[in-house]
Design a protein around this ligand. Structure first.
Ligand SMILES: [Zn+2]
Ligand SMILES: [Zn+2]
Length: 644
């Protein structure tokens, strides 16, 4: 061996075999004495000079370009050379087992993300190097003795210090005061791994030790091996404890899916199990640059192609429908992807190579452009639609849809405002049946949303809230309550009070349920509609909603409410079938059902007539318990099946 390091393997051999250290390159990139007559030349010039000499002496047999792996700097592409240099390290290799045990004490959301941590720790081959030779950063509070090589540490009370400008607190134990400050700075993770402890003010006068361990670390999946791992490591070393009880790991925004299409030729390549360069290029152009030498596995199963590969950011798994030009699904966890692919899948293994580069997108997709066009609430609403831990493709159609949704919420609340007016509505003596039903559905929604939020599943929580707001509140309730609000003289004071109370309560609860997702529009509506009546300065100071629990006979109210809403739905459908407008009066409707079920509809008879615009409703007895038939002019037009 003429010099010690060509690549990382050499470093490992040098250490494991206790080889002699021979350095051919200096820190400023020039050849050392080892290079003989080439000493002092920069690396590339030395290469040229050596080639010239070989040619001159007739020793060069052939010269041709080859492709091989070279480690380069990620920003400028300059080749990297290994140097030996003292660094500050934190020992982690002998704590692997303990660090894995720490992970078991933490709740991982979603749970499969823990595997990434464990894989990382199990495969660690180096200790943690925390020093960097850069200008900016947190300095090491250390002075080195120039006479004996030992060092002097700063006093706790003097921290923070910059050893390059501040004097050492004392002389070296050898008696020398010839001390020099350490020029290195700490790597980002060396300090960001202390964020929980910094937040509970570790070591400060107003330390809040009771906040340790913290409840939650939110972060994305690409820094599990850095931010999450180092925070767990630091907490273990400093406090013999976990830094937080829970970690919620989100995904990335991926490029618009509509751009990611596969030409026919590639699909036929895939059919033959080929992974071509063109395929790799498509992956890269679409924001999934593959790792150098990435392992690619292609699997066909049930008419779908699964492509397993490692991209620059993380292991990602692609599911492609055979014969489809689009990639409908990207899995970010191996477990999930393999589950989808089926347990006993046979994989065709191929090795692919692709250049690493960052994907580029137009301004159309820049965060600022999206914010300006769709508002902060629109952007948040969209981001909350990704399942926790999964990547979310950028799709402008979703933004348009969310924009319409924000208009819908604004309009629904303006409608409610017109009819609430005056003092905060108090609970009426008797809740109208449909009002009780809606408030029960609201209670259900609060219960589900709370449960999902507690598991950091904000997406499913939002789906529950959406379902209640869009379907139950807007499509059903507002339509039903309109008759009461527009024809006040036909209803009792109690019925009107009940409507005001229900509109008010639903509205205030819906706003609070939505406030984590769309903080601006909910705040605006709160200021206009609720602030004077509720007294709090902001909706974001209000507590998370709790169940109202105002209805005693829950099951009966839910069953009859559902029957009523379904009956309304069928009446509208019948009118549609007969090309009638919803406002047209249907002269007569007969509902044929089992006598036991009749009560469910009868309870709502007047509402059904008023909201459905039906002049006369009659009941016919039927023996069938599981269905109700809606009959107009002797013909059963719609059949409603009871699920209960
Ligand atoms: Zn560089
Ligand atoms: Zn000394």
């Amino acid at each position: 061996m003429c010099c010690t390091f060509g690549d990382r393997q050499d470093v490992e051999w040098w250490r494991s075999k206790n080889l002699e250290l021979k350095l051919a390159i200096t820190e400023d990139g020039r050849m050392t004495d080892l290079a003989g007559k080439y000493k002092g030349l920069p690396i590339r010039e030395a290469r040229r000079a050596i080639l010239e000499d070989l040619k001159k002496n007739g020793l060069l047999l052939e010269q041709k370009a080859i492709v091989h792996e070279v480690q380069t700097h990620e920003r400028c592409g300059t080749e990297i050379e290994f140097l030996t240099r003292p660094q500050w390290m934190i020992r982690v290799l002998d704590a692997k087992e303990a660090l894995i045990q720490q992970a078991d004490k933490i709740n991982w959301y979603p749970p499969f993300m823990k595997n990434r941590y464990i894989n990382w720790v199990e495969n660690l081959a180096w200790d943690w190097c925390i020093s960097r030779q850069r200008f900016f950063g947190v300095p090491f509070p250390v002075w080195h003795c120039q006479d004996c090589g030992k060092f002097v540490l700063a006093e706790d009370k003097d921290l923070p210090v910059d050893p390059l400008t501040d004097p050492a607190p004392k002389s070296c134990e050898c008696g020398s005061s010839n001390l020099k400050g350490d020029p290195d700075v700490m790597d980002t993770w060396a300090t960001s791994s202390l964020t929980p402890a910094i937040n509970w003010k570790w070591g400060e006068k107003d330390e809040m030790r009771e906040l340790h361990p913290m409840s939650l670390r939110p972060q994305a999946h690409e820094i599990i091996r850095t931010w999450a791992f180092y925070t767990i490591t630091k907490s273990y070393y400093h406090f013999q404890d976990i830094p937080w009880k829970n970690i919620a790991i989100s995904g990335f925004v991926t490029p618009p899916r509509e751009l990611f299409s596969l030409p026919k030729k590639l699909i036929s390549d895939l059919n033959q199990g080929k992974v071509s360069k063109a395929l790799l290029r498509i992956f890269e152009q679409n924001g999934y640059p593959l790792l150098e030498g990435a392992q690619i596995e292609v699997l066909e199963k049930n008419g779908r192609w699964f492509i397993f590969c490692e991209t620059e950011e993380a292991s990602q798994y692609f599911l492609i429908r055979k014969d489809s030009k689009k990639v409908p699904q990207v899995y970010d966890g191996e477990e999930e992807a393999r589950k989808r692919a089926g347990g006993h899948a046979k994989f065709i293994k191929k090795r692919g190579k692709a250049k690493i580069s960052k994907s580029k997108h137009g301004d159309k997709y820049s965060p600022i452009g999206l914010l300006e066009k769709y508002s902060a609430d629109g952007l948040r609403l969209w981001a909350s639609s990704a399942p926790l831990g999964s990547d979310l493709p950028l799709n402008l159609d979703d933004f348009e849809q969310n924009k319409r949704f924000l208009t819908k919420i604004w309009n629904a609340f303006r409608f409610a405002d017109i009819h609430i007016q005056g003092e905060k509505p108090q609970k009426p003596d008797q809740l109208e049946a449909i009002d009780g039903y809606i408030l029960l559905r609201l209670d259900e929604t609060i219960e589900y949303a709370t449960r999902y939020f507690e598991e950091y599943d904000y997406r499913t929580a939002r789906l529950q809230i959406d379902q209640f707001f869009k379907s139950t509140f807007c499509d059903d309730y507002i339509e039903i309550v309109k008759d009461r609000l527009y024809n006040k003289d036909q209803y009792s004071q109690n019925a009107l009070d009940s409507a005001r109370f229900t509109l008010y309560q639903c509205g205030f609860h819906i706003l609070r349920l939505y406030s984590p997702f769309i903080p601006h529009i909910t705040e605006e509506l709160y200021q206009i509609l609720y602030r004077d009546r509720e007294g709090l300065d902001s909706i974001h100071l209000a507590s998370w909603p709790e169940k109202l629990d105002l209805v005693a006979d829950k099951e009966e109210v839910l069953d009859s409410g559902r029957a009523f809403i379904s009956a309304l739905y069928y009446i509208r459908k019948i009118k549609g079938n007969r090309k009638m407008s919803l406002k047209d009066i249907l002269p007569s409707l007969r509902i044929s059902c089992h006598p036991e079920k009749k009560g469910l509809f009868e309870k709502y008879l007047e509402n059904l007539k008023a909201t459905g615009k039906v002049e006369n409703i009659e009941f016919l007895d039927s023996e069938k318990k599981q269905e109700a038939r809606f009959i107009v002019e002797g013909e059963a037009e719609e059949i409603f099946e009871f699920l209960y």
